[in-house]
Design a protein around this ligand. Structure first.
Ligand code: ZN
Length: 281
């Protein structure tokens, strides 16, 4: 389904949902998880079943509403401020504890509130399949650190790679492909992944499930353990769209055997196809 079409449906669903009772704390989903997020189940989509190409799974979408959604936006603002202070590059690998400390020591940001901490823990500890993400969890602790001497900053990219296999693979890609291909996202710590996941969720008006179909929730990203993304120099945001799969650079990467796609088209993990993602681990 086209993204635009789905967003339209989401909005329609929300309008319909507004007139319906909302489930609160302790809501039990079909897969048996008791959720303490304030959320609504997309039963409203039952009403839209006649729409062609509607993915059946989307009836179960988890959406943050009300106070939880407001708290999500507050947490995101705090992360934005932390990124501004830490810098784009360093924020990619900042640990949760370091982020807390940075916020606490900066009067413009201020300490994380109880709500910020609870929500961070909840987002990290919630099982991915609650949202509709079926990949494996690769980081077990919210406070997990990216070990500095295991990573290397890649010049001119603002990104890091793990030394060893990832760095070597990137060097080989550069050698084979020339300067037209560049690292677009490397090592991402838990905080960076949380930032990206919340950013996506806010763009989707609180829909954690749609967010998790295009981005791994914090703790589930293989970027935390070695994978990285590459793109075509000068292609900008299109590097993270299906258009990348139409570029000569992508075709060449495929021919050379670099692209062993983590989430192929029609993958069972509930995640979109990502032709720019290089699987290392
Ligand atoms: Zn990736």
């Amino acid at each position: 389904m086209e993204r635009r079409e789905f967003l339209k449906l989401t909005k329609l669903g929300l309008l319909m949902g507004a007139a319906m009772p909302l489930a609160g704390a302790g809501f039990m989903s079909q897969n048996g998880h008791v959720k303490d997020f304030l959320l609504i189940k997309r039963d409203t989509f039952d009403l839209l079943d006649s729409v062609p190409n509607l993915n059946q799974d989307r009836k179960q979408d988890i959406i943050l509403i009300g106070k939880e959604y407001e708290n999500l936006k507050k947490l995101f603002n705090r992360l934005v401020q932390i990124q501004n202070i830490a810098g784009y590059g360093h924020f990619n690998v900042i640990s949760f504890d370091e982020a807390l400390k940075l916020a606490r020591n900066n009067s413009k940001i201020g300490s994380f509130t109880k709500e910020d901490l609870e929500l961070s823990e909840k987002l990290f500890n919630e099982k991915g399949d609650t949202f509709g993400f079926y990949g494996e969890k690769v980081v077990s602790e919210l406070t997990a650190d990216v070990t500095k001497n295991e990573t290397k900053k890649i010049p001119y990219t603002g990104h890091f790679l793990y030394k060893g296999k990832a760095e070597e693979m990137y060097k080989k890609i550069q050698k084979d492909m020339g300067e037209g291909v560049i690292l677009t996202s490397g090592v991402r710590g838990v905080v960076k992944q949380m930032y990206l996941f919340i950013n996506k969720t806010i763009k989707l008006e609180g829909n954690l499930s749609v967010a998790s179909r295009s981005l791994a929730p914090p703790g589930y990203s293989f970027h935390s353990v070695g994978d990285f993304d590459v793109g075509k120099v000068g292609f900008g945001a299109k590097n993270f769209s299906s258009e990348f799969a139409n570029t000569d650079e992508f075709k060449r990467l495929m021919d050379l055997g670099y692209i062993k796609i983590r989430y192929p088209e029609g993958n069972p993990y509930g995640v979109r196809f990502e032709p720019w993602h290089i699987k290392v681990v």
